[in-house]
Design a protein around this ligand. Structure first.
Ligand SMILES: Cc1ncc(COP(=O)(O)O)c(C=O)c1O
Length: 406
């Protein structure tokens, strides 16, 4: 018997439901030589603190190799947790103890663990239209039933969330959770207003559901006043907040942290154990050493300065090259890595991408972030990875493609 013949009987229903992401295929297209890519979501590698890391690695190996090279606790290195808890308490007003934090192997792992802990096949959850693709993949892998709610420039439409919660309650069904990226959302760059954060939390209390606040970009604010984290506003343990070192330090560390009520933390720890036993103790030790030396916050300041300039350059180029009065709109992100372009309804960003790649510029089609494949006339542009010159030239090329299509 060939393995292919017996696989259908061997594979789980979950793995049968897994689909190769079309977006990965499209991204391959954008990686051709000479293409200026606004498609990835990568931090700028020129900002990685390689020298400081080299030093931190040497110190860790000289002073604590027995700890760093050994297995560690599933919940994470207690020194790193202490550092993060202090940061979150002092700067974010989070009312947490150290045991409300678990270190994870990137916040992507936290999304998967949340799926494992909360979702049974067919369970309804609320996500944004658009939403971060990795979250949609993680929740779909646990076979959640996704219910989409549109976003506008104030974030998720909470009136619509209320209708959904009410409808489901009437049917005797409970929405398991509401997933949001409230600060400089991936993909749209939009920040959720304070009123909506408050209202969303009130709705969770009223209807008995939780909110997953995924905030990888929160520390990357270029302008405007920071709004409180939903987790900091929550007094009842209904909010779960996810953070990561990926965008403020480097993604190769694969280090993030989840903050949750202690009654559920145990479940999250138990869900993580069979996945990887623990997040790399070596990476945790090295990143802790970097933080202990007081290097993290100045490093974030440095990144913010560079990304603000890149964002400004992209906004300036859009103003300059995109034809006025053509019904093309874009977001003005106050931080993060992305902005979102909305074309007139009749334009299809996927068809346009083929032409854009011919002209050597690329982006991600907005429909990739809509689980229902809506948002055909939208696109996500990343400004952290390309240089300022590439941003200017890339937007010029993109504007040319759009003008032709119009
Ligand atoms: C909203 C959001 N959540 C989670 C992640 C995953 O981050 P990590 O590298 O910490 O796994 C990303 C990565 O781009 C993201 O944009």
């Amino acid at each position: 018997m060939k393995i292919a013949d017996i696989l259908p009987d061997l594979l789980s229903l979950t793995s049968k439901a897994l689909r190769r992401s079309e977006i990965r295929e499209l991204l391959k297209l954008t990686r051709q030589p000479g293409v200026i890519s606004f498609a990835g979501g990568l931090p700028f590698p020129g900002l990685f603190p390689a020298e400081e890391m080299k030093d931190a690695v040497n110190t860790v190996l000289d002073k604590e190799s027995e700890l760093a090279l050994q297995y560690g606790p599933t919940e994470g290195d207690s020194r790193l947790i202490e550092y993060l808890a202090n940061w979150m308490r002092e700067d974010e007003g989070m009312q947490i103890d150290n045991d409300n934090i678990m270190i994870v192997s990137g916040s992507q792992q936290a999304l998967d663990l949340i799926g494992k802990v909360f979702i049974d096949p067919g369970d309804p959850i609320v996500v944004g239209l658009p939403s971060y693709l990795g979250a949609l993949q993680a929740f779909s892998a646990h076979r959640a039933r996704l219910i989409g709610v549109a976003l506008d420039k104030q974030g998720m439409d909470v009136d619509r969330v209320e209708e959904i919660l009410k409808d489901h309650k009437e049917k005797g069904e409970r929405i398991k959770f509401i997933y949001i990226v409230p600060d400089f959302q991936n993909p749209s760059g939009v920040t959720m207003s304070l009123e909506r954060r408050e209202r969303l939390l009130d709705l969770c209390y009223e209807y008995g559901t939780i909110v997953i606040e995924d905030s990888p970009y929160r520390a990357l604010r270029f302008e405007g006043e920071s709004l409180p984290m939903v987790g900091a506003m929550d007094k009842k343990g209904y909010a779960f907040s996810l953070h990561t070192f990926s965008k403020i330090l480097f993604p190769g560390a694969r280090l993030g942290w989840i903050m949750a009520n202690s009654t559920i933390m145990d479940k999250l720890i138990m869900a993580k154990q069979p996945t990887d036993l623990c997040t790399s103790p070596f990476c945790q030790s090295v990143v802790y050493e970097f933080c202990r030396r007081g290097l993290l916050k100045p490093h974030i300041k440095k990144i913010v300065k560079v990304y603000r300039k890149k964002r400004d350059r992209m906004l300036q180029a859009l103003e300059e090259y995109i034809p006025e009065g053509a019904g093309i709109d874009w977001t003005h992100p106050e931080g993060g890595l992305f902005l979102w372009v909305c074309l007139p309804e009749h334009l299809d960003a996927e068809k346009l991408l083929i032409k854009a790649v011919e002209k050597k510029v690329a982006y991600v089609i907005g429909s990739a972030f809509h689980f229902d494949r809506s948002g055909k006339n939208t696109m996500r542009l990343n400004f952290s990875y390309p240089s300022e010159e590439q941003i200017d030239e890339g937007i010029k090329r993109l504007a040319g493609v759009i003008r032709e299509a119009l």
